[in-house]
Design a protein. Structure first.
Length: 233
């Protein structure tokens, strides 16, 4: 199977988010064909992820997809995020479907999160679902003003957020993030669109705009995406 990737200037949006001016890329119509990718998802072996807080199920993305994406995106990604980088490595790439009911969410799953404090690690979401399933939003923590979590910021932020979550009694009114709250301000929202990709630093506070009414474990009916972590070296 050959994966044909196209990165056309007319399909690229470059943004700088918030006060920290964090770069973010949105690329539309990345693959010439997504049908085969969706068909592979229907045959994939999905399971829950005990070692992370993703509210759903995942299955490994095809290796040929991972290789094609890494090779095709490097020129653009390194220019935007790390001009001195000489390599882009795929750390993880998986089909992802949100399935967790709001009543089963843990407090940490009800808040914006970050993936890493590593400055050159990127996150990428490739939407294989349409707009009604919800895209991805990016946030600022109101009290600290943090939009990205670095190694230096993490200890104080983690302790403060734990205290705030308890004070807010999130467990009494569980739900997915979907806009600004007393604790967080939404900076930007990227809408889901079939074959759209959003790429951003993994340290950026973000959350999927997950719709409870549309949750399904069926790849043909649920919020199907491919989530990837990329490392610039």
């Amino acid at each position: 199977m050959t994966v044909e990737v196209r990165v056309l200037d007319s399909q690229i949006q470059f943004l700088q988010l918030g006060q920290e001016r964090t770069p973010l890329l949105v690329i539309d119509n990345l693959l010439l064909d997504t049908d085969w990718l969706c068909q592979q998802a229907q045959q994939a072996d999905f399971s829950g992820q005990a070692d992370n807080y993703y509210p759903g199920i995942r299955a490994a993305a095809p290796l040929v997809y991972q290789q094609a994406i890494t090779q095709a995106l490097f020129p653009l990604v390194h220019n935007v995020f790390a001009p001195k980088a000489s390599e882009l490595r795929m750390l993880m790439s998986a089909y992802s479907i949100a399935t967790t009911k709001t009543s089963e969410l843990r407090p940490i799953q009800m808040l914006p999160h970050f993936d890493t404090v590593e400055p050159l690690q990127l996150a990428m979401v490739h939407y294989l679902c349409s707009q009604e399933f919800g895209g991805t939003s990016f946030y600022r923590h109101n009290e600290t003003g943090y939009e990205r979590i670095t190694a230096a910021r993490l200890p104080g932020y983690a302790e403060l957020l734990k205290q705030q979550a308890k004070a807010a009694r999130l467990h009494e009114t569980p739900g997915y993030m979907n806009g600004s709250t007393p604790l967080f301000q939404r900076l930007h929202q990227v809408s889901a669109q079939i074959n759209r990709v959003v790429i951003y630093p993994g340290s950026l506070l973000h959350s999927g705009d997950i719709q409870q009414a549309l949750l399904s474990a069926d790849p043909t009916k649920g919020r199907l995406t491919i989530s990837s972590f990329l490392q610039l070296c």
